[in-house]
Design a protein around this ligand. Structure first.
Ligand code: F6R
Length: 643
């Protein structure tokens, strides 16, 4: 048996042994989900190897969902590139939807084979996954045998877990008992809701699941729970800082002696030691932490910056900050000036003016700008007002739509366009249309959408985008439809980004040599398209950073449709008048396929233009509440320093 380089066994998570107030579950925070996933994969690989040396079997408890995908990717890499063998692995999956066929692409059976089992040398007889195909009267005995098999294998050595927004582990929804074992359970509404996009609608999500119980999980020798992205931040806070309760089943892990939560920065962002670290321990007070603390203090006390008193600082865990700086007066002024200087009506820099205290440089007066937009509408939704100003102020603005966005056009919309085309075509061209119509009839959600239909949908979004960019006033040759290949699967699941995606992005940046790049810094969903698009840009900038034109290139991140930067993070705030808000609304309206009901609505039922307006008005209100000018709306940006 070939053993691996044991260096990996020494892989240590940073800060593993920090003491933390308020926290009842051991956790480690990584800079990214990729780093966290590698840590988990290497921990598993280390145990498999150690057991191999002792001629023992290694029993893994495995999870599905979006969170462990990169863990499995790394395990597959270790198998293919570094000789990690799974011959001594026995696996037990946590759960499976019920009822569901093994061949259904949404089944966890299918998931595990696609992401792991088909690519490693695990023996098929050592794979155990709850069976979603059983008749109802057979499930009970199946569950009892499942428990017996785990016991017979010697118990689970490492159990990996994700966490649902209900706080479920496995599918142990709120109300699950500490002593529960493998059983069938009815899914919580929120869980079905989260699964709805992959099942093409909540009505197609199975109502039940078979899941290992809480006791089954607590019997594992080691538990690693992972959570990535802002969407998990609230529930992670409750799981770590709350008390043990059946209403948040993850809190049961507080009763387990060997559990670690592996988090990325975003999932950890609601923990007290991250959100308000001055309440948890003594702090190193740098400029950013001071801003964070003071905006938090304004919210907490309901006061504007210049009205905060020494007592407010002392009463809220910041007496050491006060001691360092002498008085609230100086701290208040520093924060007020910082916010004041972030506001500018000149996002491309104000010509012929002193730019010492402005977010952007005055020179060059006319800048070349690339706005990267992950989907064909994020540009106007997230920064339509700033886009409009840049154009009005004479900069050469290019928009690069990174993906076609074809998956988000409904079949009904696409067919409507086909009908219009059919009416104006000559009879010899109609065959092509009939072929596409036939493909619509045979669509199967389990198979990729045929290329012709993808192209039709992509071209609908292209037309909408050109409507908006023409309205804002840029020529068509400054609009770039990149159609990055990672997105073009014809399925909701995308491919991992490849060198081709990077090459296309680098080529565009090199050709345009921009002075400013705007990009969606959307970190809410680590596996979502926005995050992938951002990583592709980061990768490209990294490869290009030695080029001389890059010295003059600044990058500004806007947030996507769901979140806004925190006040203390904002480095450029571009205000809008009521009339500018209306222009932005009109630009968003051009994206008709994304108006009214959309395919991927998410939890927020508001239309995109309403979300965008509410968000921009809210940022303006925050500035006003902190004592700054009263604007109708503000778009916010954070600078990213890549050099
Ligand atoms: C999957 C499972 C669930 C998921 C949870 C999070 O086997 O048991 O508990 O871990 O629903 O799902 P994602 O990772 O998709 O957010």
């Amino acid at each position: 048996m070939k053993l691996l380089n044991t260096q990996r066994l020494e892989y240590r998570a940073p800060g593993s042994f920090e003491e933390t107030r308020y926290e009842k579950l051991h956790n480690v925070i990584f800079n990214s989900s990729i780093e966290g996933s590698k840590f988990i994969a290497h921990t598993i690989a280390g145990l498999i190897e150690q057991k191999q040396k002792n001629n023992e079997m290694c029993v893994l408890g495995l999870a599905t969902g979006s969170s462990p995908i990169s863990v499995y990717r790394e395990l597959v890499r270790l198998h293919q590139k570094e000789g990690l063998s799974f011959q001594n692995v026995i696996s037990f999956n946590l759960d499976e939807y019920y009822p569901i066929s093994k061949d259904d692409i949404q089944s966890y059976h299918y998931f595990m084979h696609i992401h792991l089992f088909n690519h490693v040398d695990i023996k098929p007889e050592n794979i155990h996954i709850p069976n979603g195909e059983l008749p109802t009267d057979k499930t009970r005995s199946f569950c009892i045998k499942y428990e017996q098999k785990i016991e017979a294998a010697g118990g689970i050595d490492i159990q990996i877990l994700g966490i649902g927004r209900t706080g479920h582990i496995g599918f142990n929804e709120p109300g699950s008992h500490r002593n529960s074992k493998t059983r069938t359970i009815t899914l919580d509404h929120l869980t079905s809701y989260d699964a709805a996009p992959s099942f093409q609608g909540i009505e197609n999500v199975p109502r039940k699941a078979i899941t290992m119980g809480i006791q089954t999980i607590l019997s594992a020798k080691r538990v690693l729970l992972m959570a990535w992205g802002t969407n998990k931040a609230d529930i992670i806070n409750k799981a770590i800082e709350g008390v043990v309760s059946s209403s948040i089943p993850t809190t049961y892990l507080q009763l387990h002696k060997n559990t670690t939560l592996i988090l990325d920065n975003e999932a950890a962002s609601e923990l007290t030691r991250i959100k308000a670290p001055w309440l948890a321990a003594n702090c190193e007070w740098d400029k950013n932490l001071r801003s964070k603390a003071i905006s938090w203090l304004c919210r907490r006390t309901g006061k504007s910056i210049l009205k905060l008193t020494d007592k407010d600082y002392n009463d809220n865990g910041m007496s050491d900050l006060l001691a360092l700086h002498g008085s609230s007066y100086d701290l208040n002024i520093e924060m007020f000036n910082r916010l004041q200087h972030s506001i500018t009506g000149w996002p491309g820099g104000k010509p012929n003016s002193d730019d010492k205290n402005r977010p952007e440089r005055a020179i060059p007066e006319k800048k070349r700008v690339i706005i990267f937009s992950p989907h064909p509408d994020d540009d106007v939704i997230s920064m339509g007002g700033t886009f409009d100003r840049l154009v009005a102020q004479g900069h050469e603005v290019h928009v690069a739509y990174q993906t076609s966005g074809n998956i988000a056009v409904s079949d009904q919309d696409a067919k409507r366009f086909l009908e219009v085309t059919q009416d104006i075509l000559k009879s010899d061209q109609i065959k092509q249309i009939e072929k596409l119509n036939g493909e619509f009839e045979n669509l199967n959600p389990n198979n990729p959408t045929p290329l012709g239909i993808c192209n039709l949908k992509g071209s609908i979004r292209k037309g909408e985008s050109l409507g908006a960019t023409r309205y804002i006033g840029i020529p068509d040759d400054q609009v770039h439809f990149m159609n990055l290949p990672f997105y073009e699967t014809g399925l909701i699941d995308k491919n991992p980004p490849s060198q081709k995606d990077l090459d296309l992005t680098m080529a565009l940046i090199e050709e345009l040599k921009p002075h400013q790049i705007y990009a969606a810094g959307d970190l809410a969903d680590p596996h979502g398209t926005h995050r992938v698009c951002l990583n592709i840009i980061f990768g490209s900038l990294d490869a290009l950073k030695t080029k001389s034109f890059m010295k003059d290139c600044w990058m500004w991140l806007y947030r996507g449709a769901w979140h806004e930067w925190e006040i203390h993070e904002i480095e450029m705030a571009v205000p809008m008048s009521p009339d500018q808000v209306l222009r932005k609304r009109k630009a968003i309206f051009y994206h008709q396929s994304q108006k009214d009901g959309v395919m991927f609505q998410g939890e927020d039922k508001r239309e995109f233009w309403i979300r965008a307006e509410d968000r921009n008005a809210e940022t303006a209100k925050k500035y006003k509440d902190m004592g700054l000018s009263d604007y109708a709306a503000i778009e916010a940006f954070k600078r990213y320093h890549f050099l």
